[in-house]
Design a protein around this ligand. Structure first.
Ligand SMILES: C[S@@+](CC[C@H](N)C(=O)[O-])C[C@H]1O[C@@H](n2cnc3c(N)ncnc32)[C@H](O)[C@@H]1O
Length: 223
């Protein structure tokens, strides 16, 4: 998989993509992530990527021609172009799973007041929001999307079973987990987990996952 990220703050990505699983996924060549400075596609002396909104109002708007030029250079035959915006479809585990099968993703990060509407109308395949709140830029949302997508590429997470049973994968939250000691100051681990009876453990985990979801996220059970 290849991921190209368009941003005016490329340095923001240095930390998160150079640590842990995302770092290893790149080293293992399971994914190639490239961060591009949108200012590379400007032609004026000041490398202008935005301008004042027509009709007046606060803030600056990302210019359509910068995005058009960048996409002309980066787009391949099967690229999926995604705009990060609070106006997009809310990002879910299901979306991450689907994107983990795409060969080439281009993520566009906005800043300031947002985008010229023609960008979303004519140049992108979909719009993604990471939640109903407004951030200063699309860089953190892009990191969220990349992290959740890359860990679903086969071979990235050591044991693939952990991405199959985890929260949201089957519409439920994950069952409770414990590790040693079995008795911590009188707070004991459920007996069944120490029994060695795998069938019973499986049954208990399924029940607990349903119970936990009903208690904490009953909205997940409505679909
Ligand atoms: C301050 S926001 C602009 C918000 C815009 N004026 C609006 O009301 O929809 C600047 C940029 O941050 C990114 N952004 C902010 N919140 C986001 C969210 N919840 N999900 C995805 N991207 C977001 C987008 O790229 C957006 O263009």
């Amino acid at each position: 998989m290849k991921i190209d990220i368009l941003t005016i703050f490329p340095e923001m990505f240095e930390g998160p993509f150079k640590e842990s699983m995302i770092k290893r996924a790149q080293e293992k060549k399971l994914v190639e992530i490239k961060i591009h400075n949108l200012r590379n596609w400007t032609e004026d002396k000041h490398k202008t990527v935005d301008d004042k909104p027509f009709g007046g109002g606060p803030g600056m708007i990302m210019k359509v021609e910068v995005i058009d030029k960048a996409l002309k250079d980066l787009k391949l035959k099967n690229s999926r172009v995604i705009l990060l915006t609070p106006q997009g479809k809310t990002f879910k585990q299901k979306t991450a799973r689907e994107l983990s099968k795409v060969k080439h993703i281009i993520l566009i990060c906005g800043h300031y007041e947002g985008f010229d509407e023609r960008i979303r109308e004519y140049f992108v395949d979909e719009e993604i929001s990471i939640g109903n709140y407004v951030l200063t830029g699309g860089e953190i949302p892009a990191m969220v999307v990349v992290d959740s997508v890359v860990r679903l590429i086969p071979g990235v997470v050591g044991n693939e079973k952990s991405t199959k049973d985890e929260s949201f994968s089957n519409g439920l939250l994950e069952y409770p987990q414990y590790t040693r000691p079995a008795d911590y100051k009188g707070r004991k681990v459920p007996e069944v987990l120490l029994s060695g009876n795998h069938k019973e453990i499986e049954k208990w985990r399924k029940e607990q996952a349903k119970k936990k979801t009903k208690k904490r996220r009953s909205d997940l059970l409505m679909f």
